[in-house]
Design a protein around this ligand. Structure first.
Ligand SMILES: [Zn+2]
Length: 410
């Protein structure tokens, strides 16, 4: 592996036939990512898009993740097992491939080494996985189902075509929904273009516009993107009726056109892109809402862990109400807060807020005095305290503290 640290481009007024041929053939690029680490934990925010039928998609957002693009060779090289390129160590240049040699007057260098070049950078990334958590890939559309019941190869092709079409429509619809330029968002297939199971979207500029984070944090953002996607694919978003073409277009779009799925950057996929493949899946996304969990675990895993850690049935009851109404979940249960000498029932670490769910014994005077002391100590280190008493209206308290609990997502 050879990391290219100083890659730049320069304008060429003329290109040789060999260069043109290389562009046409394209390179086989593999994409790898690594989440940033904060306090030894991967910095990733996971979420699920769910509708009445269960999971529609799993999302993972990684701020400033490390992204590597690895060039393993020309797509159409004869020997697929041969990876990388020969580097001339004397001249510090790539060695021409045998069929590319233009002149014979330069003797081939004897000092050379085969390397796999890659570039690496930090980007905000979003991984969209349309499969389900357990049990095999989701049947995304009836068309995919039919194809899979046929020959194995046509099933695999259909899955690739479906994912390619989904990549195209998600990229274009996120850009249109969030007013981005065409080149502000990039998309790659994971684990590779040949075998696509998930979609990697990343912001082209370092820092980025923060759009990908919204798709995880805003429960309705992905549904809006899917709606825009249906309209883009010439379907009525409400009735799914085929409108055949974009407004103002002169010809019907049978599978894909430049108004819907085709773009300059996805040329290698043009042959397989088909708007009908994504119609049913997009319509499921339109009806789905996105549930976020604070860490790498899924929301249901997170609820399970908190429920195990909770100190009483009353606390579990509180947790059920928060989860059931779709509010933001606490990060931890029964954790000792250093500096305050107190162990709140739940904490929202990011909001520096401690939650107490008070059973009947908290109404005794000596207990109430101890609670007040703990509150004072938490205040003194900059924390807030919210108490849920036995006789309080919990849902009202949750709704009144949107800064901590977010908004209910029924
Ligand atoms: Zn079209």
């Amino acid at each position: 592996m050879f990391r290219m640290t100083s890659v730049s481009t320069r304008r060429a007024d003329r290109i040789t036939a060999n260069v043109e041929e290389r562009q046409r053939q394209r390179y086989e690029i593999h994409t790898a990512y690594h989440f940033a680490e904060v306090n030894g934990q991967p910095a990733v925010r996971t979420a699920r898009a769910v509708d009445g039928g269960g999971d529609v998609a799993q999302l993972a957002f990684g701020p400033t993740a490390t992204l590597a693009l690895i060039n393993v060779g020309l797509s159409r090289r004869k020997d697929k097992a041969e990876l990388g390129y020969l580097l001339d160590l004397d001249k510090g240049r790539w060695m021409p491939r045998p069929e590319e040699k233009e002149t014979d007057d330069e003797p081939a260098s004897t000092r050379h080494k085969r390397v796999i070049p890659f570039v690496e950078d930090r980007r905000n990334i979003l991984i969209v996985d349309p499969g389900t958590a357990g049990g095999g890939p989701t049947k995304l559309s009836p068309e995919a189902d039919q194809a899979e019941s046929g020959a194995a190869t046509s099933g695999a092709l259909s899955e690739v075509a479906l994912m390619a079409s989904l990549e195209a429509v998600l990229k274009a619809s996120i850009e249109s929904e969030f007013d981005l330029e065409d080149r502000e968002l990039d998309v790659e297939s994971l684990p590779s273009r040949e075998k696509r199971t998930s979609i990697l979207l990343y912001e082209a500029a370092e820092g980025g516009a923060g759009v990908l984070r919204q798709l995880v944090d805003d429960p309705t953002a992905l549904a809006r993107v899917a709606r825009a996607g249906l309209a883009r694919c010439h379907f009525d978003p409400d009735t799914l009726e085929d409108l055949h073409r974009a407004p103002g277009a002169t010809e019907d779009c049978t599978a894909a056109c430049y108004d819907c799925l085709l773009s300059y950057t996805n040329q290698p996929d043009h042959r397989i892109l088909d708007r009908f493949l994504v119609r049913d899946y997009l319509s499921r996304l339109v009806a789905a809402s996105v549930e976020t969990s604070p860490g790498a675990e899924s929301r249901s895993e997170h609820i399970e862990r908190l429920s195990r850690q909770a100190g009483s049935d009353l606390e579990r009851e509180w947790l059920n109400q928060v989860a059931g109404a779709g509010y933001r979940l606490p990060d931890k249960a029964q954790v000792f807060v250093e500096g305050a000498g107190s162990r709140p029932d739940f904490v929202y670490s990011g909001a520096h807020t401690a939650i107490y769910v008070d059973g009947p014994h908290h109404e005794y005077p000596h207990r109430a005095a101890r609670d007040a002391d703990a509150e004072d100590r938490l205040f003194s280190i900059g924390w807030s305290v919210i108490r849920f008493g036995l006789h309080d209206d919990w849902l009202k308290l949750l709704a009144e503290n949107g800064g901590v609990f977010g908004n209910a997502t029924p």
